[in-house]
Design a protein around this ligand. Sequence first.
Ligand SMILES: Nc1ncnc2c1ncn2[C@@H]1O[C@H](COP(=O)(O)OP(=O)(O)OP(=O)(O)O)[C@@H](O)[C@H]1O
Length: 324
Amino acid sequence: MIIGQSIQIQRILTFIDKLSKTDTTALIMGESGTGKELVAKMIHQKSSRAEKPFIPVNCAAIPSELLESELFGHEKGAFTGAQNCRYGRFELANEGTIFLDEIGDMPLHLQVKILRVIQEKTFERIGGTRPIQVNVRIIAATNKDLENEVKEGRFREDLFWRLNVVPVVIPPLRERKEDIPLLCEYFINKFSHKFGYSLQIKPEVMQIFLNYTWPGNVRELENLIERLYVLNEGGNINIKDIPERIRFGENSFQKELIPDDLNPFSSGIDLNEVLKEYEKKLILHALNLHGWIKSRAAKYLNINRTTLIEKMKRLNIKDNENED
Ligand SMILES: Nc1ncnc2c1ncn2[C@@H]1O[C@H](COP(=O)(O)OP(=O)(O)OP(=O)(O)O)[C@@H](O)[C@H]1O
């Protein structure tokens, strides 16, 4: 089930409906963990091939020297150790769907064979001469910029255009934050069946989730909820239960970058947090420069003494006992 109320997810659901009524090749693009395999499975399950196999192949996880035999199989005696004839995944997926995950990592010589399967619906097993006919729908996915891979010569342009007939782009979770509460609810519900108890996320924790950038996308959120189930036997989830990486992730990263005004903040800026840190630095600088005499430091900063005291309290700057 694909969860999400964002416009982007609603649009993807419409795409899935349309794609499941046809037999065209589809290309799903998105960062790791955004749900590419889930979308591919859903297209298959809603299609007329639903009763037939859905065969996923992670092209990046299988060493390139094994990938060809994994995909296309081999004849008996095709190479040392090939004692029996072996069916490849294309044959196993016959009448169903093959999901070629991480297709951007597929070696060029295999891209040619894939192109031929798309165009002619035939291939040969390794060591074989007899063309084998298959009726397989191909859905491919990638987290790479395939157009760029084409430019760099690592991906065949003809295959790119063949795959890119109907591109589906799944945006990262940080670009559809309105899906986060729904996804939390969905995973809490899912794991409550497995663990036999439930969790509640406090609003301040949800705020942290909304501020975080989720580089591992939905998979990271799902893993976090499972982890919270393992470590907390039910009840409320408080801020202290959340790993520091998520609690302070972006902020601790930014703190290191503050001295350099023009640093490239690759994943966005929490302006209030950065300004607060910068203000604290300037106030500490002024206080140190003037021996922690607040009236002088305030004058140096061109603010009132009372404003300085107020700011020191807010920024948690401990007084150095030097009263003026
Ligand atoms: N919108 C969603 N609703 C419910 N579950 C989701 C959603 N998106 C992703 N998931 C879940 O998140 C996990 C990761 O999704 P999936 O494996 O489909 O991602 P992927 O993009 O194929 O990742 P990778 O590129 O690393 O292979 C899965 O458990 C999947 O069920």
